[in-house]
Design a binder for this molecule. Structure first.
Ligand code: KIV
Length: 297
């Protein structure tokens, strides 16, 4: 029997800085999505707070709690993936006090994550250091940080001006120096992502940040085309399937079969033997057939 490859860890991700092929991270939020991401060979599974929008139907990520995140991390981790499971710390879980920050990060680890992610740069160094002190690997997240959506004034590309680009680079250097094992760069111009990638000794994982990052991440539902009608796909999303359309089509077919009386068929039905059917005084089930044992599949 072939030995299964070693499970991915935060130090193993860190060691991939600058190497080929680029790292791959995909979000997942439950057992089926985690199984598909792991079977496809991704290096990391991010249980993102995007669960708020793509699974729970909220308008932004600010609505989910540490309890919610632990629930979804647990579902992903129970599939026992080879990929590193990263639990996203939700808004307000690392903003109030150091003690709360460490306890919330520990909740995600106890739920099965191998690392946590949090948003923000130099402003969040205290939180990063406290979590690292508890021996929990931390992934940073810079650029468009959706938990700051009100402060940023909307979902907008970040770092377009020179001083903003420099500030993002300084943030990335500070996170790497503090000990983050990797940094997500979201919605920044490719030249800025390149400057940051060349300035830090840890992998950068881009989403809407161009091709110069050390890795790429996309949201599971975006890759698979699982989205409400009229949803505007951001330009950085590449969609590889049309699951919303195909799933609706499959369920439409089920509705039609039930309404036409063609579901369930005899093969999809449990049958009694003829003897039992007779004893119950039931007639007319011509296609049931006599099958042993008395109640069969
Ligand atoms: O929550 C999430 O899905 C994320 C990715 C977009 C990086 O943070």
């Amino acid at each position: 029997m072939a030995a299964s490859p070693a499970r991915m860890t935060a130090p193993a991700v860190r060691a991939r800085k600058g190497s080929e092929p680029p790292l791959v991270m995909v979000t997942a939020y439950d057992a089926p999505s985690a199984r598909t991401v792991d079977a496809a060979g991704a290096d990391m599974i991010l249980v993102g707070d995007s669960v708020a929008m793509v699974v729970l139907g909220y308008d932004d990520t600010l609505q989910v709690t540490t309890d919610d995140m632990a629930h979804h991390v647990g579902a992903v981790a129970r599939t026992n993936p080879h990929a590193l499971v990263i639990g996203d710390l939700p808004w307000l879980s690392y903003h109030v006090s150091t003690e709360e920050t460490v306890r919330n990060a520990a909740r995600l680890i106890r739920a099965g994550a191998g690392a946590v992610k949090l948003e923000g740069g130099r402003k969040r160094l205290g939180a990063v250091q406290a979590i690292l002190d508890a021996e929990i690997p931390v992934m940073g997240h810079l650029g468009l940080t959706p938990q700051s959506i009100h402060a940023l004034g909307g979902f907008k590309v970040q770092g377009k001006e020179l001083d903003a680009a420099q500030a993002l680079t300084d943030d990335a250097i500070a996170l790497a120096e503090a000990g983050c094992f990797a940094i997500v760069l979201e919605c920044v111009p490719d030249a800025v992502a390149r400057m940051i990638t060349e300035s830090v000794p840890v992998p950068t994982i881009g989403i809407g940040a161009g091709r110069h990052c050390d890795g790429q991440v996309l949201v599971w539902h975006d890759i698979l085309g699982f989205e409400a009608e009229g949803h505007r796909r951001p330009k950085f999303v590449r969609t590889y399937a049309e699951f919303e359309r195909d799933a609706t089509g499959a369920i439409e077919q089920f509705c039609a079969d039930v309404r036409a009386g063609t579901f369930p068929s005899s093969a999809e039905t449990y049958h009694m033997t003829d003897r039992m059917t007779e004893a119950l005084g039931l007639y007319g089930d011509a296609d049931a057939g006599a099958v042993e044992p008395e109640l069969t599949q």
